[in-house]
Ligand binder design. Structure first.
Ligand SMILES: NC(=O)c1ccc[n+]([C@@H]2O[C@H](COP(=O)([O-])OP(=O)(O)OC[C@H]3O[C@@H](n4cnc5c(N)ncnc54)[C@H](O)[C@@H]3O)[C@@H](O)[C@H]2O)c1
Ligand SMILES: CC(C)=CCC/C(C)=C/C=C/C(C)=C/C=C/C(C)=C/C=C/C=C(C)/C=C/C=C(C)/C=C/C=C(\C)CCC=C(C)C
Length: 440
């Protein structure tokens, strides 16, 4: 795809007028951050330096299924130091590592905000491997925006599948996974149509897969453990806005994260605001003289239930008005009067269009997790059924979900005989991984 590099991954607008841009160039970012915290320069370099150690280890491996022993042992043999580095960090979280080097509470809150974007939780609850992946990749390859809009990524993946001989059935609502003699053998759609296959892969969340699509099957022990360690993260309230271009100051960045005055609101519903302005990088997305603002903030389903149609619409307008005022005060004076178009989506919208239980963004650790140790991979307690996506290892986010897809494809390929496999080693590794997860 044709892409345009984004020079600033995100522009943070934080309490006490802390305004930090994450430049693609690592040194420029470190320089900007240390200008606010000169007394913590060494700690900053050490924390982000530890992230680079993990990122470089990840980058040196051929990433395939960690549930496939021949591959995993092969990687340990080829890159023992890097694999041991990753194994060492697997049960660790970013906040604990940041605290080894950094004392300034405001800087630690900044690291919380960095992690919140990655995981919707603070640094103490964010796995170090995930933090390292995101905090370094943005400087390594940088963020490259697909011309024509991000929908192009899905279209191009779909084209790739079709070109390889696949058929994609759109508007196909799977209501159940068909089980015969304990094995997943097919899916049934809401219109009654049935499809049968050797392998069933669910990209729905594990809550939807095991709570809704599998009927009359007791919850496997593995899933019970998963639900003990992880809860559903809240959903989002999204506003799509079309505005007159003059309202944006020159050189406005594409991505912003806004938390105006109180660090304690970081994780609260409606506390922090995410904002993307894709037309900064690709003006063809909007009519001439206009910009698109995609504004979103965390919001829970319980806030939107039990309302009449009129109350629901009024509440959407109220929340959108409050968020518009906050952005007007912080970033764009005159924003309200420059709005040409506005559409508001709530957790109900997410639930309806993405079929995610309570519109959840994904899994969130119930307490302080043991890093990534408790995250299930792709195989499940049901023969023939695999899960993929953000409620599988390593969690939410495009990079994480793409990796989950690669892992799943590799494990399935081994199971259907397209890749080498060793049934003895398989069962030993799966048992070992299951045991490790119980330690989380
Ligand atoms: N929201 C954001 O702004 C944002 C930003 C960056 C990254 N991300 C990440 O993007 C990732 C998106 O991952 P994804 O695309 O794999 O997940 P997704 O949940 O966004 O999409 C899953 C798709 O499956 C479909 N589906 C669900 N249940 C179905 C059923 N029963 N029958 C038929 N279809 C069904 C949904 O309609 C949806 O199209 C998430 O992990 C998220 O963390 C999101
Ligand atoms: C298996 C055993 C016992 C030992 C093996 C040791 C070993 C070899 C381990 C290997 C581990 C590996 C390979 C881990 C790989 C981890 C990866 C690839 C992690 C990737 C994580 C990526 C993440 C978490 C990305 C998150 C991005 C997100 C959520 C982005 C969100 C963006 C938004 C919400 C929008 C932000 C918008 C604005 C406007 C700011």
């Amino acid at each position: 795809m044709q892409v345009v590099p984004d020079p600033t991954t995100v522009h943070f607008h934080l309490p006490n007028n802390l305004s930090v841009r994450v430049h693609k160039e690592y040194d420029k970012f470190i320089e900007e951050l240390t200008s606010y915290f000169p007394h913590e320069k060494e700690g900053i370099l050490k924390f982000y330096g530890e992230c680079w150690k993990i990122f470089n280890a990840l980058n040196s491996l051929e990433l395939k299924s960690l549930e496939e022993p021949l591959y995993l042992f092969g990687q340990f043999f080829r890159r023992p130091l890097e694999c041991l580095t990753l194994a060492y960090y697997l049960p660790q979280n970013a906040g604990a590592i940041a605290r080894k080097y950094i004392q300034d509470p405001q800087l630690l809150s900044f690291i919380d905000a960095e992690c919140f974007i990655v995981s919707t939780v603070n640094a103490l609850q964010t796995p170090m491997i995930n933090a390292a992946m995101v905090l370094c990749d943005r400087h390594f390859g940088g963020i490259n925006y697909p011309l024509g809009g991000v929908g192009g990524i899905a279209k191009s993946l779909a084209k790739g599948l079709v070109d390889q001989g696949s058929e994609i059935v759109y508007k196909a609502n799977v209501t159940s996974i068909i089980i015969e003699q304990g094995k997943a053998v097919g899916v049934r759609l809401s219109n009654g149509r049935e499809f049968f296959a050797k392998t069933i892969i669910s990209n729905a969340t594990r809550w939807d897969t095991f709570g809704k699509l599998l009927k009359g099957v007791p919850l496997p022990k593995e899933e019970e453990n998963f639900q003990k360690v992880y809860v559903k993260a809240p959903s989002f309230l999204s506003i799509h806005m079309g505005v007159k271009a003059e309202v944006l100051p020159p050189d406005t960045d594409c991505h912003h994260f806004v938390l105006e005055s109180n660090w304690s609101k970081l994780e609260e519903p409606y506390g922090s605001i995410f904002l993307s302005i894709p037309t900064v990088l690709d003006s063809s997305l909007a009519p001439e003289g206009r910009h698109i603002l995609h504004i979103f903030t965390t919001s829970s389903m319980e806030d939107w239930e039990g309302l009449s149609r009129v109350e629901y619409e009024a509440k959407k307008q109220l929340v959108a008005d409050e968020i518009t005022s906050r952005l007007e005060n912080k970033l764009f004076p005159g924003l309200r009067s420059s709005i040409d178009f506005m559409e508001v989506g709530t957790p109900k919208t997410h639930r309806r269009y993405l079929a995610r239980d309570e519109g959840t963004y994904g899994p969130m650790p119930r307490r302080i997790p043991k890093g990534l140790l408790g995250m299930p991979f792709n195989t499940t307690g049901i023969d023939g059924l695999y899960c993929v996506g953000d409620s599988c290892f390593p969690g939410q986010g495009v990079i994480a979900v793409a990796f989950s897809g690669v892992m799943c494809a590799h494990r399935v390929a081994a199971d259907i005989g397209l890749e080498k496999k060793s049934p003895v080693l398989d069962s030993m590794l799966l048992r070992l991984l299951g045991w490790l997860r119980t330690m989380a």
